[in-house]
Design a protein around this ligand. Sequence first.
Ligand code: NAP
Ligand code: ZN
Length: 368
Amino acid sequence: MEFKFNLTPQIFFGKDSFKKNSFVLLELGKRVFIATGKKSGVESGAIADIIAFCKTNFIEYYIFNEIENNPSLENIEKASKVCREFNADYIIGVGGGSPLDASKAIAVLATNEIEPIKLFENNFKNKPLKIISIPTTSGTGSEITPYSIITRHDMQTKMSFASMDIFPKYSFNDPNYTMNLSYELTVSTAIDALTHALEGYISKRNVEIADIFAIEAFKNFGECIEALVDNSITYDIREKLMYISMLGGMVISHTGTTIMHGLGYSLTYYKGIQHGTANGIFFKEYLNMNYEFAKDKIDNFIKLLKLKSIDEFGEIIYKLIGNIEINEEEFKKIVDISMTQKSLAYNIKKLDRNDIENIVRKSLAIRG
Ligand code: NAP
Ligand code: ZN
């Protein structure tokens, strides 16, 4: 056996985990920059908890609430300038994967005055600001990954950068912060978490020890399917979803994602489809396409979900997200961009353009 294994953030999981454990932040300084979106921080209740903590402990704070969904390099550049001017000691990302990822990029640019595009070189002279993550969706697992995914308008897609230095120092995972998340976003982000666990499980970069987390994620997801389909999502289900999201993050921290995400990025870029839905729409065909190369693992995945076949799984995904329609021009762009994704190389089956065209045609409704 030979592997590299690390999980660096200290995670506080559970109801009121921020309120109960935020004292650990006191050692990080007296000025905190908070990166969030227009509504996630407020609607989740997380911002109110952070403000209360800052006021009680005489900590100066700046709330930057302009983080875009699927944040662009330009958006990150703007936030970084504000963060540098504020002279923050550390940064808290609050929200879904978008603010969490943005906070990682801002943390690097706050201490390194480089062109934002240099982020993708994954190599920085100065250590970033310490990063704290507070997820308000249960999907990306960004709170436990060393990745930040950024929209590149120049390349018409999304691209990640990675560094051990952008692992959050602490993350506070409180399922209560997801109680107000809409049904659509709950479903979409849940599917995202499942794709992370599955893609890592059958990736060429698979690491056996990460399978422990993937298997735990599949078992727990199996216990959420009925509630997701019926839209009867209780606190207990939200707790499981947040747990699955964290487990999925633990998996991809070691394996990265594969072409299901590569395809999803283009669909998000061209059609504005939410991240988890954009990946999930390819899920069934992704399993079919890889089946002969990962038969035992895919069978185990289906079994752990307590299902009988890939088709039955596909029906559930269809019930959860339905159809997505594209036109021929979009079809060509999605295939072209997907062929340039580095995650293509990590797919267990070696894929050519024909394979990509097939998976896109079978997964999406294409208008003439
Ligand atoms: P998101 O883009 O962060 O958020 C989607 C929407 O949900 C936003 O409108 C957001 O509001 C809203 N929202 C979030 N939490 C809410 C809450 N509790 N109550 C009400 N509204 C809430 O979605 P996401 O799926 O979590 O993250 C997607 C991003 O993460 C993508 O850019 C993706 O590429 C990235 N990602 C990163 C990793 C990683 O390892 N780093 C892994 C997978 C995906 P606001 O407008 O206020 O934000
Ligand atoms: Zn994802």
